[in-house]
Write a protein that binds this ligand. Structure first.
Ligand code: CIR
Length: 269
């Protein structure tokens, strides 16, 4: 889940990529199908973890699970909203077993625990929170039943939510957009007509980013700082002009398998 600000969060769960990482699922949206390099992925992941440590977060680093090549993408396995958790059933059958360790790690810290029921499917990567409004992507991974169960969970917590159709070339809603703070939403130019953010407050500015920087639209805002992927100069310039302090991280190996910045972490208070 991409959230407009993590400044109230103290804890972040991450998991190292496994040696089997080259076998992670991919649509090749961002590459020509080349496989990621495990050693480079590990180095990039270490930088990601160090960044959170420098920002003063308590990092819970889970061990890689070799039988799950995609296990570092922890975002998909839990939807945490103000320390209430909804455990989704992920839309990727090969990834279902990854959830057990996530459940064991998160559950003791939550105020309430909710479970997606069959035939619901939803991936954490399909949820974008902008202020107190949630946008949920209907995608290859998230179906009507899963989305509506998550919407019930949000409704009981007092939050509004809306569904957005994710274009078929993209894996998740967070593959295309994020809100680095409660006043900014980054989206690729060509999706401007397709991604309809119903009831978005007037205070939120939608910033259209050139399509060749689509991958750069996924960011993590933490207070006045924003983590962005290295190599996206338009995103960098726009966000620094908005007064945000930029932290750039190399993400090439995760991008090769459709993983963006938000996919690698799960925050809680
Ligand atoms: C997958 O296809 O499931 C992984 N290779 C990438 C998951 C990215 N996760 C995310 O966007 N939340």
């Amino acid at each position: 889940m991409s959230t407009s600000s993590h400044s109230d969060k103290k804890n972040v769960i991450v998991r190292q990529p496994p040696r089997s990482f080259a076998d992670a699922l991919t649509t090749s949206q961002f590459t020509n199908g080349e496989k990621p390099d495990y050693n480079l992925a590990l180095k990039q992941h270490n930088e990601y973890v160090e960044t959170f440590e420098k920002l003063g977060l308590n990092v819970i680093l889970l061990e890689a699970e070799e039988e799950y090549p995609d296990c570092c993408f922890v975002e998909d396995q839990a939807l945490i909203v103000d320390n209430h958790v909804f455990f989704p059933i992920t839309g990727a059958p090969s990834r279902m077993g990854e959830q057990k360790t996530i459940i064991d790690t998160i559950t003791p810290h939550m105020k309430s625990i909710h479970w997606c029921q069959e035939p619901g499917r939803i991936d954490g990567g399909d949820v974008v929170r902008v202020g107190d409004i949630f946008y949920i992507g209907k995608s290859k991974r998230s179906n009507d039943e899963g989305i509506s169960q998550f919407q019930d969970f949000l409704f009981k917590l007092g939050f509004e939510s809306y569904v957005i159709n994710v274009p078929s070339y993209s894996l998740h809603l967070t593959t295309l957009c994020s809100a680095p703070n409660s006043n900014i939403l980054l989206i690729p130019e060509s999706t401007a007509n397709d991604l309809v953010f119903e009831n978005l407050p007037n205070s939120v500015e939608i910033i259209k980013i050139p399509d060749n920087e689509t991958y750069g639209c996924n960011t993590i805002g933490i207070g006045n700082k924003v983590i962005i992927s290295e190599g996206y100069s338009t995103v960098k310039n726009i966000l620094s002009k908005k007064g945000l302090e930029i932290i750039e991280l190399p993400m090439s190996e995760f991008r090769a398998v459709d993983g963006s910045l938000t996919c690698l972490s799960l925050f809680y208070q």
